[in-house]
Design a protein around this ligand. Structure first.
Ligand SMILES: Cc1ncc(COP(=O)(O)O)c(C=O)c1O
Length: 425
């Protein structure tokens, strides 16, 4: 760590964004980052689930560099190949319903665009969202998200006609998955009876696996019910796959686990393996009813980011098949840890999107001290980890997809030892 850099950072940079650490890195490759003192760390944050293909993948660097050396900005004034190629490649791996893409810069911006499109195309105003969801930081996105009240505090009034219904959190509610799903479906029906008529809803906006909210996979019955209601009432089913997309859950997009095709998907994070790019994909009938000129962007679909995105798809096509075995390994190692550490209350997730919930022994009360202790310990032992959940007590375990079985074991061994130290304290 360079305290000089931290001092300079604090002097000129707004403190509004909570930085996870003071680690100053100078290079990164694959699953590892190297700090200014030459020390190497396993990066199991993947830059918040972005570097799915690993840091500095040579094929992605080469594609971006090639584009950079030719031209790097177009701004919607001229046409260029990398944007079309990236869109073609994404459409080819997206759910069958997704026929056209539109690119932007951040996940939040793509969420905003998807909701603008839903309103414009349906002529309706209502948006149904799920408690515990996270969709970003812009005003619309904050209005749709309820992962943590602190993200909303001080920003009211938020957007009107946003209806929040419970997302099943079986472990936190002390219920089985079946009971939690029954409860959530009942509440959804009550919302549609008491608060908003289905024919006033433009969209259901849902993460197939809640991310920031605590790594809760949606039960299949919930997404199936949304599909059914959407079809019956002309509501658009919008999956926010910003965090779940591009192989994170072991398949291209989490919707594949459920066999439920969305009308619209929202993409970001890993789409260009770290260069800023995001997108909205939808059925052609939807994108083509969104009038030309009614939305736009200066930087969205940047040529370099699109070149990186196209190369990222090729790299992920090679990595995704191996993630099933890596996921199985991680789940089995964490479940073994759970049998020895009373602090581990729940292990859940899909693919390499794994949440490990830390609680006070003997119940399911969140332990707010466990993760900060563990993160410090992990960092001192060469591992970077992140948290999620409203109580910041869930390990958000998101290694790059290029992680080796040995690196996985190394990381989980560090977590094992850190929890041992925490429990003995
Ligand atoms: C599911 C989901 N949607 C949207 C966003 C917002 O993305 P961005 O931070 O790029 O605006 C995030 C970011 O964490 C996310 O996880």
């Amino acid at each position: 760590m360079s305290s000089n850099l931290v001092d300079r950072h604090q002097k000129v940079y707004a403190p509004v964004m909570a930085w996870d650490s003071d680690l100053e890195i100078v290079s990164a490759q694959g699953s590892r980052v190297t700090d200014v003192e030459g020390e190497s760390f396993l990066d199991f944050t993947s830059g918040i689930s972005v570097i799915n293909a690993g840091h500095n993948h040579p094929a992605i660097v080469a594609a971006a560099r090639d584009q950079l050396e030719r031209f790097w900005h177009a701004g919607g004034t001229v046409r260029y190949d990398s944007l079309v190629t990236a869109a073609e490649k994404i459409v080819a791996v997206a759910p069958p319903s997704i026929e056209r893409m539109f690119f932007m810069n951040s996940g939040s911006e793509a969420v905003e665009a998807s909701m603008k499109m839903a309103r414009k195309v349906t002529g309706r105003q209502g948006i149904m969202v799920f408690r515990g969801a996270f969709h970003g930081r812009t005003m619309g996105a904050v209005s749709y998200g309820t992962s943590n009240a602190k993200y909303r505090r001080g920003y009211h009034p938020l957007l009107p006609s946003v209806f929040v219904t419970p997302f099943p959190h079986p472990y936190r509610w002390g219920m089985s998955e079946q009971e939690a799903t029954d409860h959530a479906l009942r509440e959804l029906d009550l919302k549609l009876k008491h608060e908003v008529m289905p024919d006033e809803l433009a969209a259901f906006l849902v993460e197939p696996v809640q991310g920031e909210g605590g790594y809760y996979p949606a039960p299949a019955r919930l997404l199936e019910r949304l599909r059914e209601l959407a079809d019956r009432h002309g509501i658009l089913l919008v999956f926010d796959e910003v965090q779940t997309g591009f192989g994170r859950t072991g398949v291209w997009f989490a919707s594949e686990h459920y066999g439920v095709d969305p009308d619209v998907i929202v993409l970001g994070k890993a789409i260009a393996n770290g260069l800023p790019l995001s997108g909205v994909g939808a059925r052609a009938a939807i994108t083509d009813a969104w009038p030309a000129g009614s939305h736009g962007t200066t930087f969205g679909g940047n040529p370099v980011a699109c070149a990186a995105a196209a190369a990222t798809i090729d790299v992920l096509a090679e990595l995704i098949p191996a993630t099933a075995a890596l996921s199985e390994q991680a789940f089995s190692q964490f479940r073994e840890l759970q049998s020895r550490h009373a602090t581990i209350g729940d292990v859940r997730g899909l693919g390499l999107m794994i949440g490990v919930e830390l609680v006070r022994p003997g119940g399911n009360d969140p332990d707010p001290e466990a993760f900060p202790f563990l993160a410090r310990y992990a960092r001192e032992h060469g591992l970077l980890i992140l948290d999620c959940g409203p109580d910041a007590n869930v390990i958000r375990f998101v290694p790059p997809l290029c992680v080796t079985p040995e690196e996985m074991t190394e990381a989980i061994d560090i977590i094992d030892a850190g929890l041992g130290e925490y429990e003995r304290r």
